[in-house]
Design a protein around this ligand. Structure first.
Ligand SMILES: [Ca+2]
Ligand SMILES: [Ca+2]
Length: 290
């Protein structure tokens, strides 16, 4: 069950998304959606690049955060290194239930299925532990508290100790990654759908290769170069209400193409069980200062 942290906005936006899907005739296709033509490469460079952004609490110690959501191509290398995701030793005790890092196939709805196996599209359909272990494998960590560990406790006001939030809000300057209330349309959200400013045919919703919307980043020099913190796919973060096992609720942030308005604010954290998966939820990684 998904629990919202800002009253009824989740339900409203979820309803909007369903209405949009219904209006587009997006029922399960038979036998399956036609895969999109995968893009050959990112236009802006190395998707694995960590970007340094200003840490307002300790300006000499910048936060490092992935420029983009983790892509399917990046995640595939993790699967290859772990025998298809079956070598799962070394997980924290609260992930002992996790027997595979392979993305769950049952979560692939039509919009996700069409981009399956596209290396440059975001990796979704992974549980919290898969995301956590990918980041560890690649020498980083799932974004949480600055310098590691848990981000802001669920249910409490988000603070400047939370590195994902600091990067998204440009150090608490903005409500959304690209600016304030009228600028979420610059990201892959229902706001760009409404404004017909998404980089695909009007009337569609589509998960995009990260970085496809170049204005979906901070306008501030100190926070420039981190894409899609608002929108495209939600992002798991290291902020949970317990560290016991499958039923711990963990935060996911930033909204997706299925959401808009207040649902994609930087300071909103929704949560769902650690073991849950979703076609619109991926993640990115963070790291300590060099
Ligand atoms: Ca798993
Ligand atoms: Ca995102």
């Amino acid at each position: 069950m998904i629990k919202g942290r800002s009253g009824g906005s989740w339900g409203l936006r979820a309803t909007m998304a369903l209405a949009v899907a219904a209006s587009l005739g997006c029922g399960p296709p038979t036998p399956g959606p036609t895969p999109v033509e995968c893009e050959p490469a990112m236009e802006y460079g190395d998707v694995s690049t960590l970007v340094s952004v200003r840490n307002p609490l300790e300006p000499t110690q910048p936060i490092r955060i992935d420029a983009t959501e983790v892509t399917q191509g990046q995640y595939q290398r993790f699967l290859e290194a772990t025998n298809g995701g079956t070598e799962v030793s070394g997980q924290p005790t609260y992930c002992a239930w996790n027997t595979t890092y392979a993305p769950a196939t049952e979560c692939f709805g039509p919009r996700v299925a069409e981009i399956r196996s596209c290396d440059v599209r975001p990796q979704t359909c992974v549980d919290w532990c898969d995301a956590y272990m990918y980041c560890q494998w690649v020498g980083k960590r799932l974004c949480g508290r600055i310098r590691g560990g848990e981000g802001h406790p669920l249910g409490s006001a988000v603070t400047l100790n939370d590195e994902w939030y600091v990067a998204c809000s440009s150090g608490q300057q903005y409500a959304y990654s690209p600016g304030n209330s009228d600028e979420a349309y610059k990201c892959n959200t229902l706001d760009c759908f409404a404004a017909q400013s998404c980089p695909y045919s009007p009337g569609q919703t589509r998960i995009l290769p990260p970085g496809s919307m170049p204005d979906c980043q901070s306008p501030s020099d100190n926070y420039h170069g981190v894409y899609d913190l608002t929108g495209n796919v939600w992002e798991w973060t290291n902020a949970c209400d317990a560290y016991d096992g499958t039923d711990d609720d963990c935060a996911f942030r930033g909204g997706s193409i299925s959401h808009g308005g207040t649902s994609v604010r930087c300071d909103l954290a929704l949560s769902r069980p650690r073991s849950s998966i979703d076609g619109d939820t991926g993640f990115r990684c963070c790291a300590d200062p060099e």
